[in-house]
Design a protein around this ligand. Sequence first.
Ligand SMILES: [Zn+2]
Length: 375
Amino acid sequence: MDPSSCFSASYREARARFLQVAAERHARVDSRVLPGIVGLEGEQLAMDVVRLGPAHARRMLILTSGTHGVEGFCGSAVQQVLLGDSTLHALLQKRDVAILFVHAINPYGFSYLSRTTEANVDLNRNCVDFAAPLPMNPAYDEVHDLLIPAAWPPSPDNEAAIRHYVETRGEWAYQQAVTTGQYTHPHGMFFGGHEPSWSTRTLRQLLEEYGDACESIGWIDFHTGLGPPGFGSKICVGTGGREELERARGWWGADVTSPLDGTSIAANVAGPVSEILRQTCPHAAKAAIAIEYGTVPLTDMLLMLRADVWVRHHPDAPEVLKASIRAQIRAAFLVEEDIWKGLIISQGQAAVWQAIDGLAGEARSGPACADPFES
Ligand SMILES: [Zn+2]
């Protein structure tokens, strides 16, 4: 299969293609529609779910795309390839493993070519306990006004001030200040929200319904935008601790990185979506990773993330400027080269087959996973 043919031009096209492949496989689609909001092209926005594999399989692999909206082009492409792969279907039967495809966790961001949700929430910062004191990020408070200037593109003075921060504090400190997450600036970058978002609540419902009685669950959440171009970094984040990290390395290899031992290229964030799995399925053996495919250099990416937030909060900006910024953001998260796309698909497939193998090796016991359509 030509990898390029699996990548869509828009959320609307990606969703249509995912539903088409599901229909060709005669797979039932469980669609959770985002209420009250339509997409950039006036389309319905939804999280679409397909469960494949034996109805009573006790082991389940979750594959999610679009947690960060515009990053969904890659995850959607991998999901389409796997959903249409008859070899994989046969393997699931043989290994007694199910796959839960969740297409477009954040359909708003996917459609509007933004990393965040309809409320500018970064879902990988949103799964915290909002009844408890929220994480503080004083370093972000310090740079917020610099990051989101009054006009776009940033003025030479603004660029010089950012450069001065990086030169005096270091690039890692800059990345940490910006990307760790913050709960004080709703119109800022990496905003974790003030309550669980629709996406977080919906994902929680899905895991309660589909994963409740599973004895072991794996999760691969597909992302783009960080690391070497085309390389898929496997990152284990959240509160799973050593046990989960060791299981993840057992399934996917010693190159699974983690903030636990300082090997991760990503910030050690509070409230990633994988926390939902830990909360809803506490008794299952778990291994959850994000695969982060590199695209453009970090400096360029951070500029595009600033532009993303700026355009979201300047709706009166000229249409030409807004369209130009959205096109630049899309290009920063999706490399339009066949070799790059081939690397995304092949590494995604490999990780899924490794996870199935890992799940199949877990001990069998306990009740079957629930398939809501079977009862
Ligand atoms: Zn991401």
